[in-house]
Design a protein around this ligand. Structure first.
Ligand code: NAP
Length: 322
């Protein structure tokens, strides 16, 4: 099968399109023909070596990509409950392992997938897991966001942010979206009540107070936000790097000691239950993945370079048959 692999950490040009043996499912695993995959910053960070000191991550040679959608083509023997050959599924591989989803086939255990709703295309389903899962975990599981609350989403038009804006609108919150000038119109289209262009306005210096601040980029620390966060408010970021994780742990302790605000450094839990929740939200129309581009394997390196600029809009989907 065709797949993308790399045999050393480095810039995007370490990626190679190779012909390798199809993976063989072990007992309890399903083999899935990948119809679509999607790019996430985690793919780029692992390939660049940002996780090289974290022992859980397999070192190169390895594949790249975690999110995928496709159909079940076999099992590692016997039945795997709830799944049958031909079933359309979507999910996310473990980022720790050697296998990547930018490949024609993947093998997964059923706890990593969910059935794809019939109303969703494979590209849309592949766009959901990491980005949609992070947005919903942040606003539902951590913030417990409800109707009428005021939420600010920083980085509102990227993979995570564009799902966060839609989810917040779905629950009936008042949404302020923060994005760059090129994405202001897109943020409005997503349903944001107010849109701030971060090159002109600093929300931390404004007068509006928020019940929830979700920094999908990790650019703005809690200490800068605390004056525009309600006394019992929640600040959440996406733990974009090790420095941010450490700073957020310290800020969470400081917030506990100095008031009622909560500080959360999110780590996505993911898995079948989380993907089923995304499937329900997407099926109901509450979440609509915005696919900026669908590319072939040959364009993944360039898409990774663009992602490294930190200015993505919506999601980029990879079609491994191209
Ligand atoms: N911890 C976890 O489990 C977890 C899970 C998922 C994602 N993440 C992390 O979350 C981050 C975002 O992921 P993503 O998929 O949304 O990335 P993405 O699609 O590349 O989006 C990045 C967004 O950041 C915005 N941005 C850039 N500079 C900004 C600034 N100064 N102020 C406000 N917004 C700014 C960009 O908007 P403009 O183009 O308009 O500038 C863009 O929309 C990544 O670091 C990722 O690794 C972590």
């Amino acid at each position: 099968m065709r797949a993308i692999t790399y045999d050393r950490y480095g810039a995007s040009d370490v990626l190679r399109i190779v012909e390798i043996a199809e993976p063989v499912p072990r007992s309890g695993e399903l083999k899935v023909r990948v119809r679509a995959a999607s790019l996430n910053p985690v793919d780029v960070k692992i390939r660049a070596g940002h996780t090289r000191l974290v022992p859980m991550f397999e070192r190169p040679p390895r594949g790249t990509g975690v999110d995928f959608a496709g159909e079940v083509v076999g099992t590692g023997g016997g039945e795997v409950a709830g799944y049958f050959p031909g079933a359309r599924v979507f999910g996310s591989l473990s980022p720790f392992g050697r296998a990547g989803s930018f490949a024609e086939y993947v093998c997964v255990t059923p706890d990593r997938i969910a059935l794809t709703p019939s109303s969703l295309g494979d590209g849309e389903a592949a766009a959901l897991p990491i980005a949609g899962g992070t947005a919903v975990q942040a606003l539902d599981d951590h913030a417990h966001l409800v109707h009428g609350q005021r939420v600010l989403v920083n980085g509102a038009t990227g993979g995570v942010g564009h799902f966060a804006v839609q989810y917040a609108r779905h629950v009936g919150a008042h949404v302020t979206a923060v994005c760059g000038p090129a994405n202001v119109a897109f943020a409005r289209d997503l349903g944001a009540d107010a849109v701030l262009d971060y090159t002109h306005e600093d929300f931390t210096a404004g007068t509006a107070i928020f019940d929830v601040i979700f920094d999908a980029t990790g650019h703005v620390r809690w200490r800068r936000c605390r004056n525009v966060l309600a006394p019992g408010g929640v600040y959440i970021n996406t733990s974009p790097d090790a420095a941010s994780v450490l700073a957020t742990i310290a800020e969470a302790a400081a917030a506990r000691l100095t008031g009622r605000q909560r500080v959360v450094g999110l780590v996505l839990k993911g898995g079948a239950e989380a993907w089923r929740r995304l499937a329900r939200l997407a099926e109901s129309g509450a979440l609509r993945p915005h696919i900026r581009a669908t590319i072939g394997l040959g364009d993944v390196a360039e898409a990774g370079r663009q992602m490294e600029t930190g200015h993505g809009r919506g999601k980029v989907v990879v079609d491994p048959s191209r």
